[in-house]
Write a protein that binds this ligand. Structure first.
Ligand SMILES: [Zn+2]
Length: 516
C-alpha cells in the first residue's frame, strides 16, 4: 500500500509537544511494521515566521488524493489535519471521500476498520483541539450564560438536576433530603453530626456519590451538611462565577471577589424559603458561640415528646440527684396548657437505655424478627430500583447514538459549529443527569444489598455499647447517636426507644424491637 504522510506544526508550543520529526517517526513506525511504502511527505511548518497560508502542503495533499497518487494518508492525530475543530473534520471528510484510507494512529482511527464514516469519539476529538483556545471558549460561554441567568456550574447543587434544556430543577430523589436537612436543623434542633449520622445510617446518597458517578463516599460528612445549610442556591438564588479556573493547565480554582460574582434572585425553583434560610444562618452563628456540657449533649437531639412532637431540653436544675433532667420543649416554651413536662431524670434515662440495649443484645428472638422484616422490605424496593436502572441504561445508549448522529450531521455540514456545540452540550447535560441518577440508584441498590452486613454491624455496635465504660462520654455519645434514632418519653415517665437501622422506610422496625 502506498502511503502519504502529513505532518503539521503551527506554534512553538505545538512544536515542543509534537515536533515534525516526532510526527513523521510516528507514521514511519506504522508504515514499516505493516510493510507499506511511502508515497510522499507533506509538511506544513508554520513556525519561525514562515506563515503557511491555507496549509499549502495540505492543499497539495488533497489534490494528490484526488489524482489517486496514494492509497492512504497517515497523520498522527485528527488535530494535525486542521487548525480548528471544523477544519479537522472537514479535511478528514475530504480525504475519505476522495477514496483514500485515512489512518490516525493516536486516535485509534482507521477509515477502513472504523464502523462509521466519522467514528471519532467526540470527547477525544474535542480534547485534541487546541486546548487553550477551547478552554477559553468554554470559560467565555459559561460567563455568557451565567449572565443570562442560566445555571452553568459544572455540577448542579445537591438536590437539583438539569432538565432537557439545561435548567436547574428539583431532583425528585435528593431535593426532599435537602428540605429534611433544613427542617431537622431548624425545627427539630438536630445538630450537623446527628443529621450526617442519620443520613449515613439510612443510606441516603451523599453529594459525593451523586457527583462522582461512583460508589465511593457513602458516609455523610458534617462538612457536607454545612455546605448544604449555607448554600444560597436552595432559595432559588443563582450565585454564579464564585470561583474560576485560573489556568487551563493546572485547573487551579480561585475564589472570585464578591462584587464580581453574578447573582440572580428567583433563577430556579427554591427548595427553602428565604426566611428559613436566614433563620438557619442565624442559628448556626448562635450555636457556634455556645458550648453544651457532656450530659446535655449525651442525649441531645434524641429526645422527643410523643404528645406535642417537640424535642426535649436538658435542665441542670431539675432532679438534681439524677444529674438533671429532660423536659418537653413545648411545655417549656408554651406552658401547661400546651403540654405537660414529661420530665425524666438523666440517671433514670441512662439506666433505662442501657438496660434496653443489654436486653436487645441478649434476645435473639427480637433481633431475628427485626432482621426478617428488614429483608422483606428491601426485596420489594430492590426490584423497582433495578427496573429503573435498566431503563436508564437504555436511555444512555440512545444518547450515545445521538452523539454519533450529531457528528455525522456536522461532518456532512448539515450543522454549523454553533449548532453542533449547542446540541452536543445539551446532550452532555442529559448524559450527566442520567449518569448522576444511575450512580444514585446503584449506590442505593448497593447499600441495600449490604443489609445483612449492616445489620451485623448494628448488632456489633450495640454489643460494643454493652461492654462500654460509661465514663467515656464522647464515645458513649457517638454510639448512642449511631444506634438510636429517637427516644420518646411519655407523660407517665415510660420511655420508648426507636433504634436506627439502615433503612428509614422500614420505620416500624423499632416497634418490633420494642414489642417483642
Ligand atoms: Zn410535649
Amino acid at each position: 500500500m502506498k502511503v502519504a504522510i502529513y505532518a503539521r506544526v503551527s506554534t512553538t508550543r505545538d512544536a515542543q509537544k509534537d515536533s515534525i520529526d516526532n510526527q513523521i517517526a510516528y507514521a514511519m513506525d506504522l508504515i514499516t511494521r505493516n510493510g507499506w511504502t511511502v508515497a510522499g511527505t507533506y509538511i506544513d511548518n508554520g513556525i519561525s515566521g514562515l506563515k503557511v497560508k491555507n496549509r499549502a502542503q495540505m492543499q497539495r495533499l488533497l489534490a494528490d488524493a484526488k489524482k489517486k497518487k496514494f492509497d492512504a494518508v497517515i497523520a498522527k492525530s485528527v488535530s494535525r489535519l486542521g487548525r480548528n475543530l471544523v477544519e479537522n473534520l472537514q479535511t478528514a471528510d475530504i480525504i475519505v471521500s476522495s477514496g483514500a484510507r485515512l489512518i490516525l494512529p493516536e486516535d485509534n482511527y482507521d477509515s477502513v476498520t472504523s464502523q462509521s464514516k466519522f467514528n471519532f469519539n467526540i470527547r477525544a476529538l474535542l480534547a485534541e483541539e487546541d486546548s487553550a483556545t477551547f478552554s477559553r471558549r468554554i470559560k467565555l460561554g459559561r460567563q455568557g450564560s451565567a449572565k443570562r441567568g442560566k445555571y452553568q456550574a459544572s455540577l448542579p447543587a445537591y438536590g437539583y438536576r438539569r432538565d432537557e434544556n439545561g435548567n436547574l430543577v428539583p431532583d425528585e430523589v435528593t431535593a426532599p433530603t435537602v428540605q429534611s436537612i433544613f427542617h431537622w436543623y431548624l425545627h427539630d434542633g438536630w445538630g450537623m453530626q446527628k443529621i450526617s449520622n442519620f443520613l449515613t445510617e439510612h443510606g441516603y446518597p451523599t453529594p459525593r456519590t451523586v457527583s462522582n458517578a461512583g460508589n465511593q463516599g457513602t458516609v455523610w460528612q458534617q462538612s457536607s451538611i454545612k455546605c448544604i445549610l449555607t448554600n444560597v442556591t436552595y432559595t432559588g438564588t443563582l450565585c454564579q462565577h464564585r470561583e474560576e479556573v485560573r489556568s487551563h493547565m493546572s485547573k487551579e480554582r480561585v475564589k472570585v471577589p464578591e462584587d464580581k460574582q453574578i447573582i440572580f434572585e428567583n433563577a430556579h425553583p427554591a427548595l427553602i424559603s428565604k426566611e428559613d434560610f436566614k433563620a438557619v444562618q442565624d442559628l448556626m452563628k448562635s450555636k457556634g458561640n455556645s458550648h453544651s456540657n457532656g450530659q446535655e449533649s449525651l442525649f441531645a437531639h434524641l429526645m422527643l415528646c410523643p404528645d406535642c412532637g417537640h424535642g426535649m431540653t436538658y435542665r441542670k436544675d431539675r432532679l438534681k440527684k439524677q444529674n438533671g433532667a429532660y423536659v418537653c420543649c413545648g411545655y417549656v416554651k408554651r406552658g401547661k396548657a400546651f403540654c405537660s413536662s414529661h420530665v425524666i431524670g438523666y440517671g433514670t434515662l441512662l439506666t433505662a437505655v442501657k438496660d434496653d440495649l443489654k436486653e436487645l443484645i441478649g434476645s435473639n428472638v427480637r433481633l431475628d424478627r427485626l432482621f426478617d422484616a428488614v429483608k422483606g422490605n428491601v426485596g420489594l424496593k430492590q426490584s423497582a430500583l433495578i427496573k429503573e436502572l435498566n431503563k436508564l441504561n437504555k436511555q444512555q445508549e440512545q444518547l450515545e447514538k445521538n452523539v454519533q448522529g450529531l457528528i455525522t450531521l456536522f461532518s456532512n455540514q448539515a450543522l454549523t459549529l454553533e449548532q453542533f456545540n449547542a446540541q452536543n452540550q445539551r446532550n452532555q447535560a442529559e448524559q450527566h443527569t442520567l449518569a448522576k441518577r444511575k450512580a444514585e440508584l446503584e449506590s442505593v441498590i448497593e447499600t441495600q444489598k449490604d443489609t445483612e452486613e449492616q445489620f451485623r454491624a448494628f448488632q456489633k455496635k450495640i454489643a460494643l455499647f454493652a461492654q462500654l465504660d460509661i465514663d467515656d462520654e464522647q464515645v458513649l455519645k457517638q454510639l448512642l447517636h449511631q444506634v438510636i434514632e429517637k427516644i420518646e418519653v411519655h407523660q407517665d415517665g415510660s420511655i420508648k426507644i426507636h433504634y436506627s437501622i439502615a433503612h428509614p422506610q422500614d420505620q416500624d422496625m423499632s416497634e418490633l424491637l420494642q414489642g417483642a
